[in-house]
Write a protein that binds this ligand. Structure first.
Ligand code: ADP
Ligand code: MG
Length: 341
């Protein structure tokens, strides 16, 4: 069986697997794959929807020879990471696929990666669309994820306050290093959305964002969001500690082995994308709570800086002595970072 029709694909590959291990598919009011639209069970009282959508395009976001299992994982993981950054719990998702043809072996692996994470996160596939792209065109996968969050309690980007600490989860730089040396890495290929952390940060964090484009760029997003919220301080400046950054184990090993200079590695951790860690702000009064959350989740949570009022949003990297970092290092940061356009 070299090729497969769209309807066989939906029936044989999607329907049964989507229902496995998902309470959604047993709920009397829910309706999943198979009708004109999916029906969701009601949210719990006092909840509102959180909706996120992310698309992966062949040749742009992944290589044609990517491990399909990892791709299936990643297309859902990057969306769940957005829910995590909002402090939302996953409720379900849709998958739209533009394919040149349906290759059973490839799609089986892709769905394996997708459904493993779907079950682990209790986030059911509820529906989607399958369509052919022209021969020779890029394949594309788009996921829209629906989540739920208690009314008014979502972790937004625009909540930073003067005096807040800035924190980051996990470690940084290994995904960028894996891209640079063209070798697979769990951080790059199997990102773990920080859903449990997002839920625990509700009521603790003042603002949050997930790190998809690089720490430097995400800090700036938080600062600009705070400045545009229209009340409170005009702008915020972030002062960040270069030596406090949690550098990934692979990157640390590369530094020890002399394969990369320490300042280049740190620059990579600051500008590298595809991390899917959470960057968040919180009042210094929350330090003990945040340490407790990190211990309970078995996840490193590192305080990397602070924010203060200033005339315009700006970022300031400091060395171990609290002095501005070397100009060449700053230049490395300014030149780095992944921009889509
Ligand atoms: P319609 O013509 O009403 O849009 P389709 O033939 O596109 O219906 O889809 C039939 C059913 O299969 C729908 O319930 C749809 O949500 C589901 N479906 C189609 N493609 C996918 C997909 N890639 N992932 C999940 N569900 C899908
Ligand atoms: Mg359709």
């Amino acid at each position: 069986m070299a090729r497969l029709g769209e309807f066989e694909f939906i029936d044989q590959f999607l329907k049964s697997q989507a229902a496995q291990g998902q309470p959604f598919y047993r709920h009397p009011l829910a309706l999943g794959i198979g009708d004109d639209a999916a029906l969701m069970p009601p949210l719990e009282s006092g909840e509102q929807f959180a909706v996120a959508s992310d698309m992966l395009i062949e040749g742009r976001h992944y290589f044609p020879d990517v491990d399909p299992r990892s791709l299936g994982h990643k297309v859902l993981a990057v969306n769940l990471s957005d829910l995590a950054a909002m402090g939302a719990r996953p409720a379900g998702f849709t998958l739209s696929a533009g394919l040149r043809e349906i290759r059973p072996q490839w799609i089986t692996s892709f769905l394996d990666g997708l459904f493993s994470l779907s079950r682990a996160a209790e986030c059911p596939l509820m529906g989607g669309d399958t369509t052919a792209v022209p021969a020779g065109g890029s394949e594309v996968f788009s996921v829209t994820v629906l989540g739920a969050v208690p009314l008014g309690q979502a972790l937004r980007r625009d909540g930073l306050q003067p005096g807040d600490d800035l924190w980051v989860s996990g470690h940084l730089g290994d995904a960028a290093y894996a891209v640079a040396v063209k070798s697979p890495d769990p951080k790059l290929n199997w990102p773990e959305p920080r859903l449990a952390l997002g839920l625990r940060l509700r009521g603790i964090a003042s603002a949050a964002i997930d790190i998809s484009d690089g720490l430097q760029s995400e800090v700036m997003h938080l600062l600009k969001a705070a400045a545009s919220r229209g009340h409170g301080p005009a702008a915020l400046r972030a002062t960040l500690s270069w030596p406090d950054l949690p550098i990934g184990p692979r990157l640390r090993e590369a530094i020890s082995a002399g394969r990369i200079a320490e300042h280049e590695a740190i620059c990579m951790a600051i500008t590298g994308g595809d991390e899917y860690e959470l960057l968040f702000g919180a009042s210094p009064n929350e330090r003990a709570n945040i340490r407790e959350v990190g211990l309970q989740l078995g996840l490193a949570l590192t305080r990397i800086g602070t924010v203060a009022s200033d005339a315009t949003p700006s970022m300031d990297w400091r060395d171990a002595l609290g002095k501005p970092i070397a100009a060449a290092w700053q230049q490395g940061i300014d030149d780095g970072g992944f921009r889509h356009f």
